[in-house]
Design a binder for this molecule. Structure first.
Ligand code: CA
Ligand code: CA
Length: 255
């Protein structure tokens, strides 16, 4: 700044306008300072949130963002043919003014799998069935050395306390191998698992000891008062047939 003052003094002397020097110096300094700040990048000191951050993100958007930003924190990983797949899910619940909903027209959550390429997750596959609050994990349910995606959880108001989906890897994505029914409403049509029942009866177990897990669902008929053992438990057991799970046995158990 001092050198600038000297230069301005020299110019003033040459122009012989010494009597106006103080005013001219002030004006020139303002011009120089204005030029400096005018050339500064607009966002260099911009603390305002960018517009897109103001938009409420859906639960699906948040799940994708979380997966992309925190890849190292995700525990749901599986290796298939030397490739790493990362599993995440989201539900449709929201509280207060928080995030909500998912894909346009959807009323439920979903499962998303990323493929790890050059250390970065790339969208690989996404479920299309009705998914709600629950848990999702990789697990080799049919003991063939390749992990399936297992989801079990709640449908609540739709009538099933616990429910089940199994998705099998097929190179281009994951294919549903448990039975569903099609639900039509006035606005959307979607598929929902038929594997469901009362909470506490849904489980996987290798009943016939062939190292392939069966899926068991059930509900209690009558005897709903705690301690009343007069009811009947209905159990449905689904077995893997090499391609899909299908109904294998139905049982009624006193109790
Ligand atoms: Ca498997
Ligand atoms: Ca079995």
């Amino acid at each position: 700044m001092w050198s600038l003052y000297i230069k301005i003094q020299i110019i003033m002397n040459n122009l012989n306008i010494k009597k106006y020097t103080p005013t001219v110096i002030v004006v020139l300094v303002f011009i120089v300072l204005f030029a400096i700040f005018a050339n500064k990048p607009a966002n260099s000191n911009n603390t305002q949130p960018i517009d897109k951050e103001k938009t409420t993100l859906s639960n699906r958007d948040l799940a994708i963002k979380e997966a992309l930003n925190n890849t190292d924190k995700l525990q749901q990983r599986a290796q298939v043919n030397g490739v790493t797949y990362i599993l995440t899910d989201y539900d449709d619940t929201f509280y207060g003014g928080g995030p909500k909903e998912n894909k346009p027209g959807w009323k439920f959550g979903g499962i998303i799998v990323f493929k790890l390429g050059n250390g970065k997750p790339i969208m690989f596959w996404e479920s299309e069935e009705a998914i709600n609050r629950g848990s999702v994990r990789f697990f080799d349910i049919n003991n063939d050395g390749i992990p399936e995606i297992i989801w079990d959880g709640y449908f609540g108001a739709t009538g099933r306390d616990s429910a089940f989906y199994v998705y099998k890897f097929n190179n281009t994505g994951f294919k549903l191998i448990t039975p569903t029914e099609t639900i039509k409403t006035s606005s959307i049509t979607y598929k929902q698992t038929i594997l469901g029942g009362d909470s506490g009866f849904t489980q996987i177990e290798d009943i016939d000891n062939d190292k392939i897990q069966e899926i068991i669902v059930g509900y209690r008929d009558g005897g709903i008062i705690v301690g009343d053992r007069s009811g009947v438990i209905h159990r449905q057991i689904y077995k893997f047939n090499g391609q899909t799970y299908e109904l294998w046995k139905e049982e009624k158990i006193k109790g």
